[in-house]
Design a protein around this ligand. Structure first.
Ligand SMILES: O=C(CO)COP(=O)(O)O
Length: 134
């Protein structure tokens, strides 16, 4: 599965700790991240991550492009709901594309935990079927 990992600055520590906690699951999949998020996770784990641009420089859009091409299976996007972001339109566009293409999206740790546990149980295998029919 292709998994996108993104976190706003005040959520970086959370996504790093989450990646450490679920490293054994993540290492079985292809990981993608916005620039700084990917760097922080790589520094703290042994995970290999394809890093896109930093979010404000187009990284959210690059992940959105993969979603639009049906190449992303899961998006974990730990948003900071209390801080205005200069690239808010890009953030909304990424989440909108998840809804357009029915891509499982978690925007907080609670949802992310469910997605990872579901992934491990095989609950998301329908994504493989959809990708094959492309
Ligand atoms: O801004 C972001 C998502 O909108 C995240 O970008 P970085 O991972 O580069 O900080």
């Amino acid at each position: 599965m292709n998994i996108a990992l993104v976190a706003h600055d005040k959520k970086k520590k959370d996504i790093v700790n989450f990646s450490i906690a679920y490293e054994r699951i993540f290492e079985k999949h292809n990981l993608f991240a916005t620039g700084t998020t990917g760097t922080r996770i790589q520094e703290a784990t042994n995970l290999t991550i394809h890093r896109f641009n930093s979010g404000p420089l187009g990284g959210d859009q690059q992940i959105g492009a993969m979603i639009a091409e049906n190449k992303m299976d899961i998006v974990i996007f730990l948003r900071d709901p209390l801080t205005a972001q200069p690239h808010e339109p890009d953030i909304l566009a990424l989440m909108r594309l998840c809804d357009v293409h029915n891509i499982p999206l978690a925007t907080n740790i609670g949802g992310a935990e469910l997605l990872l546990k579901g992934l491990e149980r095989g609950d998301l295998s329908w994504r493989k079927v959809i990708r094959q029919s492309d």
